[in-house]
Design a binder for this molecule. Structure first.
Ligand SMILES: *[C@@H]1O[C@H](CO)[C@@H](O)[C@H](O)[C@H]1NC(C)=O
Ligand SMILES: *[C@@H]1O[C@H](CO)[C@@H](O)[C@H](O)[C@H]1NC(C)=O
Ligand SMILES: *[C@@H]1O[C@H](CO)[C@@H](O)[C@H](O)[C@H]1NC(C)=O
Ligand SMILES: *[C@@H]1O[C@H](CO)[C@@H](O)[C@H](O)[C@H]1NC(C)=O
Ligand SMILES: *[C@@H]1O[C@H](CO)[C@@H](O)[C@H](O)[C@H]1NC(C)=O
Ligand SMILES: *[C@@H]1O[C@H](CO)[C@@H](O)[C@H](O)[C@H]1NC(C)=O
Length: 655
């Protein structure tokens, strides 16, 4: 190896006399390391040196310092280029790494014995990819690989504590995978919560003599007496009245329409299905959708989503329980009900063994992100960090994509999430609206964890630094928090930040700078309602991204799951409901011969008055009351909930 390095070094020097600066002696520096303790992962055995790893090197891209300028040009309402979205080719050209970066990294790899014939470059030209033995990669990155196991779910993940690159390559390389990023398998760690209908509610409904329906006893846990009830659609007016009176207890499609002024859908433009992303093994049951639509939307033309399977995905029906079916049922039932007669495209991502994460989905919908050209499998002894048969750029992105899953920022590391966030920026440039739920844990993180300000480790959530969630903190997505109708209030009264069963997540990023579209809103927030917490609790510098951007109801959703109706809570519900409205606005724009809205935040922040401002409620966590909902933007309900007619008017009025 040493001799090899020397020979290559001399050879490189010989040819480089005129074209390249002389190389310095190789000095390795730490490029990334685990900066938080991974409480949910246990370090297991050392990987065998002969196992194969699929390695990806994310090269530094050009023109990223202009990202905000580019996205504002196509999404700011005052820009002359509003709506003039970019082609994929223009994106690849603009952001492709410099040839100098490609050459420098390849030269290093070859010097370390990874011949150029083994290296492939992605279509988007910003990843180098090769397969290498663990021994080779450990030598290359001066690291050691271990198999980690998820403490609750048991699934494996390959990682190292830290890795090195030669110091002259630091500015040419963003990230290398697999290394320190716990981006594996979103799986069953759900955000939404279910509460069975209480005896009281059941009794109340019986008294109202609304049609009730006995469900067969089938042993499903948590449903009183093994039966569930729901309002039934009969006579339109009677039903609408009955339903609207109940919205503080049981939220239905009609409640949502009444809250936000959403008309019944009438359009179904081709190419404008609403994208809903679900990660295997979570899956919907067609019988649940049928049951939901029979009750609430009997006129729906198709009760089935358009299914796009990504990375050997299956819509599994073998295991049925709330954990497996809850998220998918909730998302599809309400989104499909609202956008009817338009349909939803379900992106089902990941196979039954390995699952998947956001990167796999990005690979599939965006050829500019992915790397694999083929689909050859890796060593089956090793649980590949991404699926064998990656479908690179083979699925089309829908105009609006709703995702109700999220990580803590610290699960993935700042370099990784910055790079992924820029992919959301590229999708925005292409006219895609990326909508994410903000999360359900107030100012604390998934599983109620906060961050020890001394060590950066996650703690038990009783104190410490607030724990922001990704992708909600990415400045190029629209993050949706949750609201609720207060007990005893009607759909015509203002909502509150959701503190029922779940708590709307929000706060300020520890990684991302504040985008320009948000500056005024956040400055006003600090000027008028500065929270009393110090910098050991959150980054109060007023220079970082605040989230969420908007909110929508997240409480008491009457949802059919596993053959029963029960109540659901979560920003998991808020995101697809908000996304449905953007989808309906795109219907109108397409009808008028315009393009989709794409990235919507600059328009929303420029027109905060069109939202229903939410001014009550808190998002407690980390031993505090969290932030308070106040007049104007706040870090738990954002700009507020949508007023659909105003939103439609605003966006259809833009070019
Ligand atoms: C549908 O979308 C694809 C991909 O964005 C585009 O190439 C095609 O022209 C669209 N078709 C119509 C009918 O708009
Ligand atoms: C279904 O449940 C069984 C038994 O708990 C488990 O072994 C199997 O892995 C599960 N299947 C999926 C797809 O999660
Ligand atoms: C993506 O869109 C193109 C252009 O409309 C179409 O030809 C292709 O079949 C679509 N791919 C998928 C997987 O739907
Ligand atoms: C809602 O208010 C009613 C009447 O005040 C009360 O009986 C009920 O317990 C309340 N429900 C909740 C969930 O707080
Ligand atoms: C910040 O506030 C917390 C809780 O009140 C306190 O424990 C901590 O000492 C304060 N830190 C600084 C730097 O003032
Ligand atoms: C807050 O964010 C700014 C901008 O990223 C950074 O310079 C500063 O160090 C952060 N403050 C703390 C206390 O982390």
């Amino acid at each position: 190896m040493r001799i090899n390095v020397l020979i290559n070094f001399l050879a490189a020097l010989a040819v480089a006399v005129e074209t390249k600066p002389p190389r310095r002696a190789v000095n390795h520096v730490v490029h990334e390391e685990l900066h938080v303790s991974q409480r949910s992962w246990t370090k297991g055995y050392r990987l065998y040196g002969t196992s194969t790893l699929p390695v990806r090197i994310g090269l530094a891209q050009q023109n990223l310092h202009r990202a905000e300028e580019y996205i504002n040009a196509v999404s700011h309402p005052k820009s002359k280029d509003y709506g003039k979205h970019w082609s994929r080719e223009r994106i690849i050209e603009t952001f492709a790494p410099k040839q100098e970066s490609v050459d420098a990294v390849k030269e290093w790899l070859e010097a370390e014995g990874i011949e150029s014939s083994r290296i492939e470059m992605s279509k988007g030209r910003h990843w180098l990819e090769f397969k290498a033995t663990v021994q080779e990669v450990e030598g290359l990155l001066k690291t050691k690989y271990h198999m980690y196991k998820h403490t609750q779910l048991g699934h494996p993940h390959i990682a190292c504590d830290k890795y090195h690159v030669p110091d002259h390559l630091v500015n040419h390389i963003d990230i290398i995978t697999p290394t320190v990023h716990f981006d594996q398998r979103i799986g069953r760690e759900r955000e939404n919560k279910k509460v069975p209908l209480s005896e009281d509610k059941v009794d109340e409904l019986k008294k109202r003599s609304l049609a009730k329906r006995q469900r067969p006893e089938n042993g499903i846990q948590g449903i009183p007496g093994g039966s569930g009830f729901s309002p039934k659609q009969g006579d339109m007016i009677q039903n609408a009245l009955a339903t609207l009176d109940d919205c503080d207890q049981m939220l239905t499609l009609d409640c949502i329409r009444a809250l936000y002024g959403i008309p019944r859908g009438s359009l179904a433009q081709s190419n404008n299905t609403l994208g809903i992303v679900e990660y295997t093994p979570q899956a919907f049951l067609q019988s649940d959708l049928n049951m939901f639509f029979a009750e609430f939307s009997p006129d729906i033309p198709s009760k089935e989503p358009v299914v796009q399977l990504i990375d050997n995905a299956v819509v599994q029906t073998q295991n049925q329980s709330f954990d497996f079916n809850g998220e998918s049922s909730l998302d599809l039932e309400f989104a499909m009900g609202l956008i009817n007669p338009q349909r939803a495209t379900l992106y089902q991502v990941g196979d039954l063994n390995k699952g998947a994460s956001f990167g796999n989905f990005l690979d599939a919908i965006d050829g500019s992100f992915c790397t694999f050209q083929g689909g050859d499998s890796v060593d089956p002894n090793v649980d590949s960090p991404y699926p064998d048969d990656v479908r690179c750029g083979t699925a089309n992105a829908t105009n609006v994509i709703s995702t109700s899953y999220g990580y803590n920022e610290g699960d993935l590391g700042s370099k990784y999430i910055q790079r992924q966030c820029l992919e959301y920026m590229k999708l925005g440039l292409q006219g895609v609206s990326m909508i994410f739920s903000s999360g359900d844990d107030g100012v604390s993180g998934n599983g109620n964890t906060c961050i020890d300000p001394e060590t950066g480790a996650y703690n038990d959530g009783s104190s410490g630094l607030f724990n922001p969630g990704f992708p909600g903190t990415c400045p190029y997505v629209t993050s949706v928090g949750a609201t609720q109708i207060m007990n005893g209030s009607s759909v015509r009264s203002p909502e509150s930040a959701c503190e029922l069963v779940i708590i709307s997540r929000g706060g300020f990023s520890n990684v991302f700078q504040m985008p320009s579209y948000q500056q005024k809103a956040v400055a006003d927030y600090f000027a008028n309602s500065a929270p009393s917490y110090n910098s050991s609790q959150f980054n109060n510098s007023m220079t970082v991204r605040g989230y969420p951007d908007v909110a929508a109801n997240g409480a008491n959703y009457v949802t059919a799951v596993d053959g029963e109706f029960s109540l659901f809570y979560g920003t998991s519900a808020s995101a697809p409901v908000f996304a449905s409205m953007i989808n309906m606005i795109n219907e109108k724009r397409i009808e008028a011969g315009k393009g989709p809205v794409g990235f919507i935040n600059p328009v929303l922040y420029e027109n905060p008055q069109i939202m229903n401002d939410i001014t009550t409620g808190n998002n407690p966590g980390c031993g505090t009351d969290g932030f308070a909902a106040v007049e104007g933007w706040d870090p738990l309900t954002g700009l507020g909930t949508p007023d659909y007619p105003s939103l439609e008017k605003l966006f259809t009025g833009l070019p």
